[in-house]
Design a protein around this ligand. Structure first.
Ligand code: HEM
Length: 170
């Protein structure tokens, strides 16, 4: 059984690495390069769209893995539905940290869905049909800032994850 628990935590951490690594690559390398490099200007919209869609699909699969292994990690720690139904559990230090972590993951899921299925496609469409329209620039900036905020929220989730395992530092 311990092997299965080890595998679940390992897969959870690897999934977190792939998600965060992919977001950092997009936010700090690909997007700035596509925006600032004049040689890449003609390729900006198609490259952004193709890579954006590919990473979107991968990110949703990873988020599914994180949620599934997250609940598996809890079960391996003896925390099942009955424990999670008791208010006593949520008033413990572990319960409070887990509650904040789950709320942040919920916000990440809503923001990512809005970015991936609403703002992102709209920004891509406007970028292809009317690139210089102020509305296009506004949608692009919104999509970019949502991606950055999503990354910050995910960093915060990892801090909470470390506190889950090692306890809060106060
Ligand atoms: C964006 C989503 C998530 C990210 C980036 C994330 C990240 C992490 C990381 C990096 C760890 C390892 C921490 C360490 O060993 O110091 C961890 C542990 C853990 N996570 Fe998550 N997590 C996410 C979602 C979830 C969800 C949705 C749950 C619960 C349903 C969850 C439950 C846990 C548990 C229980 C542990 C402790 C594992 C152990 O027993 O050692 N996580 N998480």
């Amino acid at each position: 059984m311990h092997w299965l628990y080890t595998f679940s935590v390992w897969l959870h951490i690897i999934a977190a690495c792939v998600l965060i690594g992919g977001m950092i690559f997009l936010v700090s390398i690909l997007v700035p390069l596509l925006i600032r490099d004049p040689d890449l200007q003609p390729l900006r919209a198609p490259v952004m769209h193709k890579i954006g869609v590919r990473f979107r699909n991968e990110a949703w699969a990873i988020l599914f893995i994180l949620i599934a292994t997250g609940f598996a990690n809890l079960l391996f720690r003896g925390i099942g539905a009955r424990t999670m139904a008791s208010m006593e559990f949520w008033s413990t230090s572990f319960g409070r940290v887990l509650a904040i972590k789950l709320v942040l993951v919920g916000i990440i899921l809503v923001m990512r869905a809005t970015h991936d299925f609403l703002i992102g496609p709209r920004a891509t469409h406007l970028g292809q049909t009317d690139p210089d329209n102020p509305l296009t620039i506004r949608y692009r900036n919104l999509a970019r800032n949502m991606a950055r905020f999503d990354l910050l929220l995910t960093f915060a989730v990892v801090v909470l994850a470390v506190w889950l395992v090692r306890g809060v530092p106060w």
